[in-house]
Design a protein around this ligand. Structure first.
Ligand code: GLY
Length: 353
């Protein structure tokens, strides 16, 4: 089994191996040092695939299990669904010595993590990510939260899990576009700090290296989280493609998925960097070609004005400044603080071909 240790304020391991979901009970018992009540929080899609299986595995290890199933999709990552989760935990008399088990993709992980952070002012939780995006990004690092009407992830907390279990066998049940969502985040790690990873990905024929790739990305994320758990410095590199990516998601009313939006956001970031002469023009071409080879989109159907209106509500804005992550080269990025007043022009430069 591969293990990546995350030395956050509250340290934990990310375990990566095929077939690991069948060992979830033993792994959780080891992480907690005991068995207790476990509330599985999942969505309807994942529940149909892994709900009963995970419940059985936990029960066989001695946990007393209840299960809450939310409707799937980014549009359900909201206050109303979070409130029903908290009511469920209260109705099932969960206490601070019990545990939440998040089984699903990024939406479930963020919501369940925020429920864990807020219920009784914090109870332990385990992440079992079932999408590539959640394995390489959202399940690690303790960002939890939900969307408000004004924008994505505007409410939330930093709250680390007690253990993360990545079982790549779960990826077989993903639709190709869901897998591609995670691939966008994997490519992000290549662009922002790992040229050999980018080179491995660039022709799209790397899926036989899935375990290595997951481990590489989780290790990269762990390093950034250890340096800057609360996202005031180097962790912001992980936002490559996200400033405009979030605006694209919001403009599409979340019909463009997170990974697809991040892919387009990375093209815009590369184009802006080229136009600001921070990098060679070939960087944009390399990013576009890698994304296309991995079945990801490279442009969005929104004008610079539409994206600008939404980007102004982005939480990465700090007063009159907004931080962009821009590539200097493949494998090297910089954080660039921009003046909000310049945003319309910067977004025009990023979007217009
Ligand atoms: N998904 C970006 C981060 O965890 O900071």
């Amino acid at each position: 089994m591969r293990t990546v240790h995350v030395s956050a304020g509250r340290p934990y391991d990310v375990l990566i191996e095929r077939g690991l979901m069948d060992c979830a009970g033993e792994i959780l018992e080891q992480a907690l040092g005991k068995t207790c009540k476990a509330a599985i929080l999942t969505d309807d899609t994942v529940d149909a695939l892994y709900g009963a299986q995970t419940q059985g595995v936990l029960e066989r290890a001695g946990f007393q299990v209840c299960r809450f199933v939310m409707p799937h999709g980014e549009e359900n990552k909201n206050l109303a669904v979070w409130a029903t989760m908290l009511d469920f935990l209260a109705e099932n008399q969960m206490t601070r010595s019990d545990v939440i088990v998040a089984v699903g993709g990024g939406v479930v992980g963020d919501m369940a993590g925020f429920a864990a952070a807020s219920f009784l002012r914090g109870i332990k939780f385990m992440q079992i990510p079932t999408t590539l995006l959640a394995m390489v990004d959202s399940s690690v690092g303790g960002k939890t939260g939900l969307n408000l009407k004004a924008g994505k992830n505007l409410a939330g907390a930093f709250y680390q899990p007690c253990v993360v279990l990545c079982d790549p066998d779960a990826l077989w049940t993903l639709k190709p576009e869901q897998l591609a969502d995670g691939v966008a985040e994997v490519i992000k790690y290549g662009v922002l700090g790992d040229k050999p990873l980018f080179d491995l990905l660039k022709d799209g024929k790397w899926h036989d290296r899935m375990l290595d790739v997951i481990q590489t990305c989780v290790a990269a994320k762990a390093r950034l989280v250890e340096e800057d758990e609360h996202d005031t410095g180097s962790r912001q590199f992980l936002n490559l493609g996200h400033t405009l990516g979030h605006a694209i998601e919001k403009c599409s009313d979340y019909s463009i998925s997170h990974g697809h939006a991040v892919a387009i956001g990375m093209v815009y970031a590369a184009r802006l960097a080229c136009r600001l002469e921070l990098c060679e023009p070939v960087v944009e071409t390399q990013v576009v070609s890698c994304l296309k080879a991995n079945s990801l989109p490279v442009a969005a159907p929104y004008t610079a004005q539409q994206l600008c209106a939404v980007a102004l509500s982005d939480k990465k804005r700090a007063g009159s400044k907004i931080t962009f992550v821009l590539p200097d080269a493949i494998g090297k990025c910089e954080l660039k603080k921009m003046v909000v007043a310049d945003l319309p022009e910067l977004i025009r430069m990023a979007v217009e071909e």
